[in-house]
Design a binder for this molecule. Structure first.
Ligand code: NAD
Ligand code: MG
Length: 396
């Protein structure tokens, strides 16, 4: 039986993964070794019982007693805290889903690679912060990383059987989010609830705001560069409000292969789960006649500066990705808390990168995870200062 571990099983990607595993036979077909979650202990315990998991871990030590109680009599082990999550990644597993949100997903995914098996990577922040390290670690252990982001799964599928040297360009699409047609003035008034109301995809709260600001697409530009090893100037972003075409790959003979499908993450998760085979998933089948038209437009760099910032980060290389992601996470937290306005997120990230570019070390190649985690902490502190400066300015 294939041994499965899911990091972040209670999130949007995690629940979709559990759904697919259940449809494909659940505990009768898979040996689920590890499930991890956060404060939603009731869901974590219910998933662990249904899949007869070996171990359930909550990220929060204060939730340990509740988890232990919810699992009593089941024989399922319970642990808690970031260290326990990292240790859970050392348990034997053949297929590991990395679906924790944010930089917190880096260490467990990295450690899971030591098993030399398959890492299904939804946590794009791992590639943004430590892409070269993660890819090298996979090579070192003979492990396979499969992309779970819809665009990257689409590119991966379009590249099957192809020579990467024949790739001229990769185009990832963006829905444009709920604010695609909003003016600069309207964006300044946008609320978190408006930002999480994604038109096409149902996702976690944080990635939904990132979709509205195009920071999600900015992370995905870097993710594409790190995963496929394609030069930044060969990677493009195309706004496509219907979210039916997920990515396109252009080859040196002029051919362009596009990947189409309903916006449902169970396609990309199912592809990674069953790779290299395909297996039925419950995603809606495309009816292009009913959809009628697919439209495309260039992203607006003025209202959505995130893509420009991502290009600067790719140019800088080194630890810039770690700094970019950390500053973005801090800015996002402050927007969700109502402390800064929607356009303020890009200002905070830009301000943080500008301060860091004056310091040596930003463009140094990340030598190890400690360097990445050190930059993560440093950039968070600078981003909090940038938030304070912005708030002072806005009050003044
Ligand atoms: P989510 O917020 O719905 O779920 C996140 C999961 O991580 C939960 O299980 C939560 O308990 C856990 N978690 C949160 N903070 C943690 C921490 N500090 N330590 C340990 N665990 C923690 O997020 P999501 O939308 O499922 O996204 C997960 C990842 O997948 C993100 O990296 C996101 O960018 C990526 N992704 C998501 C989608 C999508 O459709 N939701 C699509 C592509 C990529
Ligand atoms: Mg995506």
């Amino acid at each position: 039986m294939r041994r499965i571990a899911i990091f972040g099983s209670t999130g949007s990607i995690g629940q979709n993964t559990v759904d697919l595993l259940t449809r494909q036979g659940g505990a009768g077909a898979y040996a689920v070794s590890v499930l991890t979650g956060g404060r939603n202990v009731a869901l974590l315990a219910a998933q662990a019982r249904a899949l007869r998991a070996g171990l359930a871990v909550t990220a929060h030590p204060e939730c340990y007693a509740e988890l232990k109680a919810a699992l009593s009599g089941s024989g399922i082990e319970a642990t808690a805290g970031p260290q326990a999550i990292a240790e859970a990644a050392d348990r034997p597993a053949d297929w590991v889903m990395s679906a924790i949100v944010g930089a917190a997903g880096l260490v467990p995914g990295f450690r899971a690679l030591a098993q030399g098996q398959t890492l299904a990577l939804a946590n794009k922040e791992s590639l943004v912060t430590a892409g070269p390290l993660l890819m090298a670690e996979a090579r070192r252990h003979g492990a396979t990383i499969l992309p779970v982001d819809s665009e990257h799964s689409a590119v991966f599928q379009a590249l099957t059987g192809e020579d990467i040297a024949a790739v001229e360009r990769i185009i990832i699409t963006a829905s444009g989010g709920p604010f695609r047609c909003w003016s600069v003035e309207q964006l300044a008034q946008a609320t978190p609830d408006q930002a999480v109301a994604h038109p096409n995809w149902s996702m976690g709260r944080r990635i939904s705001v990132d979709s509205a600001s195009l920071f999600n697409k900015a992370l995905e530009l870097i993710e594409t560069h790190e995963f496929f090893g394609v030069a930044p100037d060969r990677i493009e972003v195309l706004v496509h409000p219907q979210s039916i075409v997920h990515a396109l790959v252009g080859f040196n003979d002029g051919a362009v292969m596009a990947h189409l499908g309903a916006p449902d993450m169970r396609h990309a998760i199912g592809y990674a789960l069953n790779w290299p085979r395909r297996r039925e998933t419950p995603v809606a089948r495309l009816d292009l006649a009913a959809i009628g038209s697919l439209t495309f437009e260039a992203p607006d760099p003025v209202r959505f500066p995130a893509l420009r910032l991502a290009r600067e980060v790719m140019k800088a290389g080194g630890l810039a990705g770690a700094a970019f992601n950390a500053a973005k996470e801090v800015a996002l937290d402050h927007f969700l808390a109502g402390a800064i306005r929607f356009p303020g997120m890009a200002s905070v990230v830009e301000d943080t990168l500008a301060r860091l570019s004056g310091e040596s070390g930003l463009t140094n190649a990340p030598v190890d995870l400690d360097a990445v985690l050190g930059m993560d902490q440093h950039a968070r502190a600078l981003a909090r200062e940038a938030v304070n400066r912005l708030r002072t300015r806005d009050r003044g």
